[in-house]
Design a binder for this molecule. Structure first.
Ligand SMILES: Cc1cc2nc3c(=O)[nH]c(=O)nc-3n(C[C@H](O)[C@H](O)[C@H](O)COP(=O)(O)OP(=O)(O)OC[C@H]3O[C@@H](n4cnc5c(N)ncnc54)[C@H](O)[C@@H]3O)c2cc1C
Ligand code: HEM
Ligand code: FES
Ligand code: FES
Length: 1801
């Protein structure tokens, strides 16, 4: 199988690729090798659809090619071998648009255009197979395509026109479209009937005609049988056999096969996370094995081959299954399964093998218990398992398939006897990842039912519910509604899973699932949930007509670049091809706040293709790290380009790696090793408020004084007070931040960058390099979406690129991967409001005092400006006495920035909520109180401006009529009366946004007229989808009176229009000044035009000869003086209102937006098509903000959903069925405004707050309550569900009530402690309140009660270290026996501790290389040990471990063994004196081990065996005693308590003595070393540290702390173990004898001979005795870790910030692992008895990366000492073995000593 060439066709041309890397994706190949850049990259994870292509293969059976859509970013190139690939370039071009492209272009369905090629190709693949699809099929085909700009309505309308031949709007009332009725019924009779309805009619457009499409290449028809091949990539070798025989042969010939893969799509995605440059994986692909590609029906069984995709699996069921119910259920379930693109490419066998817990496919298979056929490639034998058997792994993810087996087929009965039902719930209604799925099968004949729920870490098979399902089905059939019975059926089954994450939420959804599924199985009509199918789209656009013969201004022209968008010809930054271009990828901080100790890029630099590592040190002299701090810039921003010494957020750029290609750069960037020292981080707004961490020392304040509002509030008849929060929002521009910088001669630069602010980009780069601004030209052709995110955001890509390019003197591109983009760039500011509102009895606002906190993040960015936006906090309402303040909070999180609406969405949301509360208080409808309070023209707004050129009341009034609001409202109320589960809500919200403030109102334009009569325009603003260029063209055409086709807006380039303002604030068209530039030119040309009787071209030539300027560069500002406009006031307000109607499923929290009607006043729209597009797009973006778009974080505030699949922007499924927009026909505007138009980009977004109010109405109706409920934003399904239950904010005090059951004495004790608690912990407690709440919530799922408020289980643990281990053990026993649990939790004050008690459970913590930080309980040792190896964490620990590990290598031991023998001899001599009487042997053990460790660690002979009263020895024992005391006694937890009781003094003295001693020894040793007086065979640890001092940069203190660490860790543990081993042997004479016999065998009768290494290796039985002693009396009973991240442990997600015990004491005493655990039985450690145990069931030395470094050392010492004692003495004891008191201090000791009798042998 040596072939390594793959062959395929792209757009009709044959392509042969020799040995493509198996990891190479189709998109990379298309874009970078074939330069087909129309295939865009928006997510690179298969979820945005921007990279959609059509792939066709020959189907020999059907004798035709089948086309499917696919996401090229996840398809490995090798998969297209033998296929035809069509990209957007292949089906049409700007010169000859394909009908799909034409409809999207003409239908105004593109804005930024980045998503357009993907939509085109998704529709194309559908039409090629199905030229006459239904509207539903079209919508289904587009589910996997995201658009952030348009709001989808125009896309759907354009593409659905293929379903409806007369598609689109009937343009005036002949067709059946909604415009007819709307215009007739709703137009106002006395107004001019000039409204045009509908923007486009598709009827006249070209139809899809298959015969004119590119044909399937005949060559591929001839060669449709696939060839086998082997591909050897850098990190993966892939074998692809094509028959089972070849597969077996290949398998047998290979030494290793890491994985069988089907398509390899999932494997490649997973593998791409691994940054290693040499990951030597071997994959064996089985997808093209012809035997596995078939569907065969025989003996009533459908055999579905494992090589089929999920789409093919669904088709097979559809084709061969005889049960309609099966087919429709499976169709419905898979309609919600991701997207066509994914289903068309991934395999069903891959999904099944991956066995993901929430896999829809696995849940379905389990419920139907279908059979799966497996082939063993070693034996060639087949076996068949049921899905149940196949998916039997304990925590999901595991299957019963062996590593030599593959799945060959699925066996499905063709005439199934069972009834089936399925259910899927995602975060968004429609296709989405499952939060919960479920499936059920029902056997009518036997009445047996099988119900499976996929929601947790393993599938949940609902046995009990299944058992009573037939009873419930019968009841349902009788017309009884058994929802209560269903609920209790679930309760019984769910109980066992109560410890799972999000248990309550999922249980509630599971109830809905069960209700739905049972009623389907019963065949009864129950009130079901919301369906994703929609009624036909009812779009309508109404606007004022204009006469094209008079002027192009006012005409609904399509976007000027629409044709280029839809053909993929529109160029974005990453599409620009530059010779010798290098690629940069960012190195991002993984800590929120930390000092950078070191950066080691060596591993990255060693990767082939990597050119350089670049960071702050590479900023050239004269350049600035914070280039945005400059007097030349309007907005000051302290954001550094790279972290300089300190990082302040997770995701902050530290540096970048530059490489030859993007992939290499990105992987290598992950190999840069950064060491940090953590610093305290402020992560949340609550933390920042408590810590008073503000960006500015004072808040931004507007309105009345504090006294005035206080007075007004006092006087108000009704007072409202509350708090409210709105989350942030990710811009998610489809094009990520991208820059290309090109160095030129003379230190000149050309930058192509995705910025909204080219002028600032120019200045910043000049500041960054320290070069003149004029040396830099910034060019921006277009952006793939901006929305404010690229006003400063592109800096994150641009700045590193220019520093790198400057260093390498080569062009460098930096295009952020979606994850990096989402993690590092700023977002919309989350905001917290605290408010007091005074109203009168009618609900009129009298006064409002609001304090807003916005989360600025770690640097300024635009946060100060956003804080100033609090001046618009009155939204659209008149408030006579208002005071608004805004604090910008500085936190260690990403630096938030501007986002469409710029601070207003937050304040509008606030006022929306205030209105809801007002309405509830005065008993009016929301609509009534809103209208009562609306601004009137002439009012004075909070910002100080007069409300003018304002039409909101008019829009509102018209909207009520347009949408028939009163009727809708009544219908909703009626509907809600009868509908129990689905509730409706309807609401209107308004928007008011004052534009053209004096700040921004300046624009630049550069116009050049060519002699052929064409005009070239550059404006100072950027085209980012908002249609600016199109409007500019219209204006220029209007002025010159030439066709708009003659005008070309080239790009924004700073060499044409310098010092321009940013493209922001919706005023691009207002200020671009183009008209003036054109008018100025026209002035000169006009005489020539007149002279040539209007012939423009002739006039130009004559003007040119006359030296009349034909180019102009104009800077203009908005004209104020001419119209008496005050200099600082807003010239006009864009206004409008939206009416929305929603349906809420109160059983699942899902909702559906049914209807949206919007009326906006835009003055005189320059282009209604563009403006309506802005309105719809902005509304949908606001809708996302209000509902689905939630930035999820963990307790470190690290974003956990920084992917396009994780972050939920609206999809086509979320578009309302009725979406109508009307532009107010008689709007008014400021005459100084260009063509009297109004800015539109942002204002409509604010109307989406109506969705929030409508959902509130539905929730209130469900609750049947009238009290006001705080509803934060976004209203996700989970929040809605909680709100329906009215339990959004559980109060802390309700957590536990048993506090009041204690005695008076205890109460007094508690109260005293409480006082101490608040005095000393209060602040930090409040500070950590949010993370505490989260821990509490997550811990609630884990067995164990919470104890009493504030103190938790503290008192149940007992107040001493003796009762504590027993108490914990009993809790564990209870959890194990009663709940079958393997973990318990305990609360100690605010700290939650988890204690797992099986090795399997502990695996994740033990093996974690990240969770290595120690718990707080070690803190008592810190004053003595500092942060040495035992106590340090993070990178410091890693470095120290690396340094110290060699000391414990075997070769070092020979010297140590001598020392051990020597001190053991002394011990034996000393013990002689104690012979024949009972004595406590433990102190002797302690001294012996101390002497050994002192000698080996410090090279100092302490000789404590002879001199027990030494100050050092006493000091150490004092430190231990005091430490224990302080940890057990709460009054010693505060510094004050320690001082008052004298504890501190005693402790400090002891620490000083111990440390002084060590310091002296170090000094002495250094002296010896320098004199060469140290025996090289007897080098102590200290010697090694001293010799490493310089190289490893160790201070004297570093050396001291390590030596002290080893002194502690090396003696306390070993002495305790020695004591316990002696205890065990003295109580078990027979075993003692056996051990002694072993010694005799090794040493004969020689009792004095030293032990050698060889002797030690022969002590097998003694080894078992010591191990068993350490099992029963685990020397380190609990080793605590502090979780820095959430950690998955078995089925539980443990919250970060909590403690987790590696608990040998509990595992070793777990009866299920060690039966009769109290019995001493060394044979438990016979190899045959160990085999059945999990490796981590025995962990006295812990295990994993943070195990005991001295383990071998300890075992040597233990064996030397115990064997020597046994050889000399017999051991006895009369005491009770089991009941000995055990003190669980850091080390487990006996409370009464180890009292034994020794007798000489
Ligand atoms: C963008 C995206 C969206 C998704 N959406 C959903 C969704 O909505 N719902 C849902 O449930 N799932 C979803 N998935 C999961 C998806 O269904 C699986 O990842 C996919 O089916 C795996 O198939 P594959 O061909 O990529 O597997 P491969 O990468 O080929 O293999 C994956 C694993 O399966 C093993 N394997 C594959 N075939 C065999 C075989 N025949 N015999 C033995 N072992 C085999 C491989 O060894 C490997 O471990 C989604 C995945 C992606 C990428
Ligand atoms: C029977 C004897 C011993 C037992 C049972 C024991 C047990 C352990 C355990 C359980 C840990 C992990 C603690 C945690 O994760 O919090 C540990 C760590 C450690 N032990 Fe031991 N130990 C023993 C002897 C020794 C000896 C003799 C030395 C030194 C010579 C030593 C040095 C250390 C050090 C330095 C660590 C910290 C390692 C790190 O964090 O990287 N131990 N020991
Ligand atoms: S880039 Fe391929 S799906 Fe998003
Ligand atoms: S037009 Fe769809 S993302 Fe911009």
């Amino acid at each position: 199988m040596a072939n390594s060439t793959i062959t395929f066709f792209v757009n009709g041309n044959e392509v042969r690729v020799q040995n493509p890397d198996p990891e190479l994706t189709l998109s990379t190949f298309l874009r970078y090798k074939l330069n087909l850049t129309g295939t865009k990259l928006g997510c690179e994870e298969g979820t945005c659809g921007a990279c959609t292509v059509a792939i066709a293969r020959w189907n020999a059976l059907e004798k035709r090619a089948r086309f499917v859509s696919a996401n090229a970013c996840i398809v490995p190139l090798y998969l297209v071998d033998g296929a035809l690939v069509l990209t957007v370039e292949g089906i049409g071009s700007q010169k000859r648009l394909h009908p799909i492209q034409e409809r999207l272009s003409s239908g105004n369905a593109t804005q930024c255009g980045f998503c357009s090629p993907g939509f085109v190709m998704a529709a194309y693949a559908l039409l090629r197979n199905n030229p006459t699809p239904t509207a539903d099929e079209i919508r289904a085909a587009l589910v996997g395509n995201l658009c952030r700009c348009t709001g989808y309505r125009p896309i759907l309308e354009a593409l659905e026109s293929f379903a409806n031949p007369s598609g689109g709007c009937c343009m005036g009332g002949q067709g059946g479209c909604p415009c007819k009725e709307s215009t007739k019924e709703n137009s106002v009779p006395d107004k001019e009937p000039l409204l045009i309805c509908g923007l486009v009619n598709y009827e006249q457009m070209r139809k899809f005609d298959e015969s004119s499409e590119i044909i399937f290449p005949p060559k591929l028809i001839m060669q449709h049988r696939q060839q086998s091949f082997v591909l050897k990539g850098k990190r993966v070798t892939l074998y692809r056999p094509t028959s089972l025989e070849a597969l077996s042969a290949t398998f047998k010939s290979l030494v290793t096969v890491d994985r069988f893969v089907s398509t390899g799509i999932k494997m490649r995605l997973d593998h791409s996370m691994n940054p290693s440059p040499t990951a030597n994986a071997v994959w064996l692909s089985i997808q093209h094995i012809h035997e596995l590609k078939n569907v065969v029906v025989s003996d009533g069984i459908i055999h579905i081959g494992s090589g089929l995709t999920i789409s093919e699996f669904v088709v097979a069921i559809r084709a061969h299954c005889k049960s309609e119910q099966y087919v429709s259920t499976i169709d419905e379930l898979f309609a919600k399964y991701s997207s066509d693109q994914v289903k068309n490419t991934v395999s069903w066998s891959g999904a099944l093998s991956s066995a993901l817990p929430t896999s829809d496919l696995c849940t379905l298979f389990l419920a139907l218990n279908w059979r799966i056929r497996l082939l063993n490639l070693s034996t060639s034998e087949y076996r068949t398992l049921t899905a149940d058997q196949f998916l039997s792994g304990s925590y999901g993810r595991k299957t019963a398939m062996e590593s030599v087996e593959i799945i060959t087929a699925l066996l499905v009965p063709s005439v199934p006897k069972l009834g089936i039902a399925a259910f899927k719930h995602g975060k968004r209604l429609g296709a989405d990842d499952s939060v919960l799925n479920a499936a059920a099968s029902y056997d009518e004949a036997t009445g047996s039912c099988r119900i499976v729920v996929g929601a947790f870490q393993r599938p949940l098979i609902l046995d009990k519910s299944s058992a009573c399902a037939s009873f419930l089905i019968a009841k349902l059939r009788n017309g009884e509604c058994p929802s209560d019975s269903i609920a209790s059926a679930i309760d019984a089954d769910f109980e066992q899973f109560s410890v799972e994450n999000e248990f309550d939420y999922k249980k509630r959804i599971a109830k809905a699932a069960l209700t739905d599924m049972l009623s389907v199985l019963a065949g009864t009509v129950q009130e079901g949930g919301l369906s994703i199918t929609r009624n036909a789209l009812e779009p309508l656009q109404l606007f004022k007509g204009s006469d094209p013969s008079i002027s192009p201004v006012g005409r609904p022209l399509r976007h000027a670049a629409a044709d280029r968008h839809t053909t993929g010809e529109a160029e974005y930054v990453d599409d620009i091809r530059i010779h010798e271009l290098k690629h940069a990828a960012l190195v991002l901080s993984t800590e929120a706040h930390a000092r950078i100790i070191s950066i080691d890029p060596s591993s990255a630099l060693a990767v082939e293709g990597v050119l350089a590592y670049v960071d702050a040190k590479d900023i050239p002299p004269g350049g600035k790290l914070r280039p945005s701090l400059s007097p030349l810039l309007m907005v000051q921003d302290d954001t550094p380009v790279f972290a300089d010494g300190v990082v302040e957020m997770i995701g902050q750029p530290i540096g970048c790696i530059v490489a030859d290609d993007v992939e290499t750069a990105r992987r290598a960037a992950q190999l840069v090793n950064v060491e940090y020292e953590k610093l305290p981080a402020i992560l949340t707004m609550e933390d920042a408020i408590v810590a008073q961490s503000y960006l500015l020392p004072k808040p931004m304040q507007f309105g009345k004084s504090q006294e005035e509002v206080d007075k007004a509030l006092k006087a108000a008849p009704i007072l409202l007070e509350g708090e409210l929060e709105i989350g942030g929002q990710e811009h998610l521009c489809m094009e990520t931040q991208s820059s290309i910088v090109v160095p030129q001669e003379n230190d000149e630069w050309t930058l192509y960058t995705s910025t909204q602010n080219p002028s600032d980009a120019q200045y910043l780069c000049a500041n960054l390099l320290g070069i003149p601004v004029c040396n830099i030209v910034v060019k921006v052709k277009r952006l793939g979406g901006g929305f404010g995110g690229k006003a400063t955001g592109d800096h994150i890509a641009r700045a590193p690129a220019i520093v790198a390019a400057n260093k390498l003197r080569k062009p460098v591109s930096c295009v952020l991967h979606r994850y990096d983009d989402m993690i590092t760039t700023g977002k919309r500011h989350p905001a917290l409001f605290k408010y007091r509102v005074g109203i009168d009895d009618d609900g009129r606002l009298l006064t409002v005092h609001v304090v807003q906190y916005i989360q600025a993040g770690y640097s300024m960015d635009h946060s100060v400006l956003i804080a100033i936006m609090i001046q618009y906090a009155d939204a659209c309402y008149r408030v006579p006495a208002m005071r608004a303040e805004c604090w910008a909070l500085k936190t260690h999180t990403c630096s938030n920035t501007g986002f469409r609406g710029f601070g207003r969405p937050q304040t509008f949301f606030f006022m929306e909520t205030v209105m809801a509360e007002v309405a509830q208080r005065v008993g009016k409808t929301l609509n009534e109180v809103k209208k009562l309070n609306l601004f009137n023209e002439g009012d004075r707004a909070l910002c100080g401006s007069t409300i003018r050129n304002y039409c909101l009341p008019k829009c509102w009034q018209e909207l009520e009529r347009f949408s028939d609001f009163d009727k809708l409202y009544k219908e909703c109320e009626e509907f809600n009366k009868t509908s129990r589960r689905i509730k409706r809500g309807v609401a209107i919200s308004g928007t008011v946004q004052g534009l053209t403030s004096h700040w921004f109102e300046m624009g630049n334009a550069h116009v050049q007229i060519m002699l052929d009569g064409t005009v070239r325009v550059n404006v100072g603003h950027v085209e980012m989808g908002q249609g600016l260029n199109t409007k500019m063209i219209q204006i220029a055409a209007a002025v010159f009176k030439i066709p708009h086709e003659k005008i070309n807006v080239i790009e924004m380039a700073t060499d044409k229009t310098a010092n321009a303002f940013p493209t922001a604030s919706s005023i691009g068209t207002d200020v671009c000044g183009l008209a003036k530039a054109c008018e100025k030119l026209l002035e000169g040309i006009q005489p020539h035009i007149d002279q040539h009787e209007g012939d423009f071209v002739k006039a130009l030539m004559s003007a040119w000869i006359a030296k009349v300027p034909l180019q102009a560069n104009e800077t203009v500002k908005v004209e104020r003086e001419a119209h008496n406009m005050p200099p600082r006031e807003l010239t006009y307000f864009t206004t409008g209102a939206a009416c929305v109607l929603v349906e809420v499923d109160c059983a699942t929290g899902e909702h559906k937006l049914k209807l949206v009607d919007i009326i906006m006043d835009l003055g005189d729209s320059i282009n209604p098509a563009i403006d309506i597009g802005q309105i719809e797009g902005a509304f949908m973006q606001g809708y996302g903000l209000m509902t689905s778009e939630e930035i999820e974080t963990d307790c470190n505030d690290q974003i956990t959903n920084a992917t396009v699949s994780g972050y939920k922007i609206p999809t086509v499924h979320m578009v309302p069925e009725r979406f109508r927009v009307k532009l107010l026909e008689n709007g008014k505007n400021y005459p100084g405004q260009i063509y009297r138009s109004k800015g539109i980009g942002e204002p409509p977004l604010l109307t989406a707050t109506a969705v929030h109010s409508a959902i509130r109405m539905a929730i209130d109706s469900y609750r049947g309550k009238v009290d006001f409920q705080r509803l934060d934003s976004p209203l996700t399904a989970k929040r809605i569900l909680n709100a329906c239950q009215g339990n959004l904010f559980p109060s802390f005090t309700s957590i536990h009530s048993s506090f009041f059951t204690h005695s008076i004495d205890e109460m007094l004790y508690f109260v005293a402690l409480l006082l101490i608690f608040f005095l000393f912990y209060g602040r930090s407690f409040v500070y950590k309140w949010k993370s505490f709440k989260r821990r509490k919530r997550m811990a609630a799922l884990i067995p164990g009660d919470d104890g009493i408020p504030l103190f938790g289980n503290l008192f149940e643990l007992g107040r001493n270290s003796e009762t504590m281990p027993q108490s914990i053990l009993e809790r564990a026993k209870k959890a194990r026996d009663q709940l079958n649990g393997e973990i318990i939790k305990m609360w100690v004050m605010h700290q939650c501790v988890f204690l797992p008690f099986t090795g399997e459970m502990m695996q994740s913590i033990i093996e974690s290389t990240e969770e290595i930080n120690k718990g707080e309980d070690y803190d008592i040792l810190e004053p003595w040990l500092g942060r040495g190896l035992l106590l340090s964490g993070g990178d410091k620990w890693r470095a120290r471990r690396k340094l110290l590990a060699p000391t414990f290598h075997f070769t070092m031991f020979s010297g140590y063994i001598d020392i051990m023998n020597r001190h053991t001899k002394i011990l034996l001599d000393v013990l002689e004196n104690q012979s024949r009487k009972e004595f406590d042997i433990y102190p002797f053990m302690k001294r012996c081990t101390l002497d050994v460790i002192c000698d080996t660690a410090m090279g100092k002979d302490l000789d404590s065996l002879h001199h027990p009263e030494q100050p050092y020895v006493k000091a150490i024992s004092n430190i231990m005693r005091l430490g224990m005391k302080a940890s057990m006694q709460p009054h010693l937890w505060s510094r004050l308590g320690k001082w008052l009781t004298g504890w501190q003094k005693e402790h400090d003295n002891s620490v000083k003595i111990a440390q002084d001693f060590t310091n002296e020894v170090i000094a002495e040793r250094m002296d010896y070393l320098s004199r060469g007086e140290v025996d090289s065979n007897r080098k102590a640890l200290l010697d090694m540290l001293i010799s490493e001092k310089e190289q490893s940069n160790l201070s004297m203190e570093d050396i001291r702390e390590e030596v002290d660490t080893f002194m502690f860790a090396g003696h306390d543990t070993t002495s305790a173990t020695l004591g316990w081993t002696i205890w065990c042997l003295s109580h078990h004479p027979d075993m003692q004898q056996k051990a002694y016999d072993e010694m005799k065998e090794i040493f004969g009768d020689d009792i004095d001979r030293d032990c050698t290494k060889d002797d030690i290796s022969r002590m097998n039985y003694l080894d078992r005795c010591i191990k068993e002693a350490m099992r029963i009396f685990s020397p380190v009973p609990f080793a605590i870790r502090q979780l820095g991240q959430d950690l998955q442990m078995g089925p539980y997600l443990l919250p970060c910030g909590s403690s987790l015990a590696i608990a040998p004491y509990l595992v070793h005493r777990n009866e299920r692992i060690y039966p009769n655990p109290e019995i001493f039985d060394p044979d438990r450690f016979l190899p045959e008895n160990c085999n059945s145990r999990h490796p981590y069931d025995y962990i006295p030395f812990s295990a994993g990366p943070r195990n005991c470094i001295g383990q071998k050392f300890a075992m040597y010492q233990l064996k030397i000492v115990v064997s020597s004692i046994l050889r000399r003495f017999k051991l006895k004891s009369d005491r009770d073995f089991v009941s000995i008191s055990k003190l669980a201090e850091v080390v487990l000791k006996s409370g009464e000593g180890i009292n034994v009798v020794i007798e000489n042998r």
